[in-house]
Design a protein around this ligand. Structure first.
Ligand SMILES: NC(=O)c1ccc[n+]([C@@H]2O[C@H](COP(=O)([O-])OP(=O)(O)OC[C@H]3O[C@@H](n4cnc5c(N)ncnc54)[C@H](OP(=O)(O)O)[C@@H]3O)[C@@H](O)[C@H]2O)c1
Length: 318
């Protein structure tokens, strides 16, 4: 298949590009800074010669969007919104104009669309979308608004010949440098991998192998469209996530951090506490109903596999 991946130069793009190329597919990455074989220039906002790559392709997987690992300033929040909505709209325009449109458009979304909650897991049918929770910081609600606008941009695209799926993905755990797992492991190795603000907030995650398998499953299953959660079936509280990771690496202690310490740490890392403090309890309702099974459903298995691959130096080039 020819698979076009707008924004495929980041962590998730590296994972998909490796796996899909190894499986024998022709992968074309749309990027603002082409440099590698298979890269094609686009600006993420306007139609251009890049649209020829979409015409005649089999699948488009749009990953583009300004990184969310940054301080929640007004300018950054606006850039997060605009980069996602505009790139999705222009991908939709390219598909709509194609003489031979792709049969599938996988559009990245996020598990962050669900409410901050502890009481019950969120699947696609009974889950509660966020934005209206009492007492959460304003920019958490804005992140949910970004996710909703992102999905709406795909829904509103007029692409009748193309099946559309929104990937509500949890944190994708891979050994790649700069990815989420890399950051968590570094904190654990520094002795800082303890509970944050009590550590009861849930972390939804998905192992990179299962992420790729889920994407391949969605490519094959013509009957599935709309929003699909990509998350392991067993989200864990943050304190458990870090304890299991410390055990896998062999770090005896992890200092606990209070909410204000997390604020300072996030500031120092040019990031935002939402990534640490929001309770994301998201489960793969539709994937499981459709018969998808996870290779690594338990965090302990996933953490051991990822630690082994980090020690082997696998996938560390990103
Ligand atoms: N990583 C995760 O665990 C995870 C989980 C859930 C959802 N997501 C979402 O999935 C997508 C991919 O994740 P990722 O971790 O691979 O992100 P990433 O490493 O930040 O990569 C995203 C890519 O988007 C492109 N981009 C950035 N700003 C842009 C802009 N203003 N206009 C157009 N393109 C822009 C960049 O490509 P160029 O600079 O090459 O143009 C970048 O490589 C993101 O939208 C992210 O929010 C990620």
């Amino acid at each position: 298949m020819k698979i076009v991946v707008p924004g495929g130069t980041g962590q998730v793009g590296a994972i998909l590009n490796r796996a899909l190329t190894d499986a024998g597919h022709d992968v074309v990455v749309l990027t603002r800074r082409p440099g590698r074989a298979g890269d094609v220039r686009w600006d993420g906002e306007t139609l251009g010669p890049w649209a020829d790559e979409v015409d005649g392709s089999d699948v488009v997987v749009n990953l583009a969007g300004r990184s969310v690992s940054c301080r929640g300033t007004a300018a950054n929040l606006r850039a997060m919104m605009d980069s996602r909505v505009r790139s999705t709209q222009v991908v939709g325009q390219a598909i709509a104009l194609a003489a031979r449109p792709p049969r599938l458009w996988l559009q990245m979304s996020t598990a962050t669309i669900y409410a901050h909650r502890f009481d019950a897991p969120n699947d696609e049918s009974s889950g509660i979308l966020g934005g209206g929770e009492p007492g959460v910081p304003g920019h958490w609600s804005y992140s949910v608004e970004i996710a909703k606008a992102w999905e709406r941009a795909q829904e509103e695209a007029r692409t009748p010949g193309t099946r559309k799926v929104a990937l509500r993905s949890a944190m994708v755990m891979s050994p790649d440098r700069g990815g989420v797992f890399d950051v968590l492991l570094r904190l654990a190795r520094l002795g800082l991998g303890g509970p944050v603000a009590g550590g009861g907030q849930f972390v939804s995650w998905i192992h990179d192998r299962d992420f790729v398998r889920a994407v391949e499953f969605l490519i094959d299953r013509d009957d599935l469209s709309g929003a699909v959660n990509l998350a392991a079936p067993l989200p864990v509280p943050q304190r458990t996530l870090m304890r299991v990771l410390r055990t896998a690496w062999g770090v005896p202690v992890g200092l606990p951090a209070t909410r204000w310490m997390a604020e300072i740490g996030a500031f120092a890392m040019r990031s935002d506490t939402e990534l640490l403090l929001k309770s994301r309890r998201v489960v793969p309702g539709r994937l499981r109903e459709a018969g998808f099974t996870f290779d690594l459903p338990q965090w302990s298995q996933a953490a051991e596999d990822l630690v082994r691959r980090v020690r082997d130096g696998a996938g560390r080039a990103a």
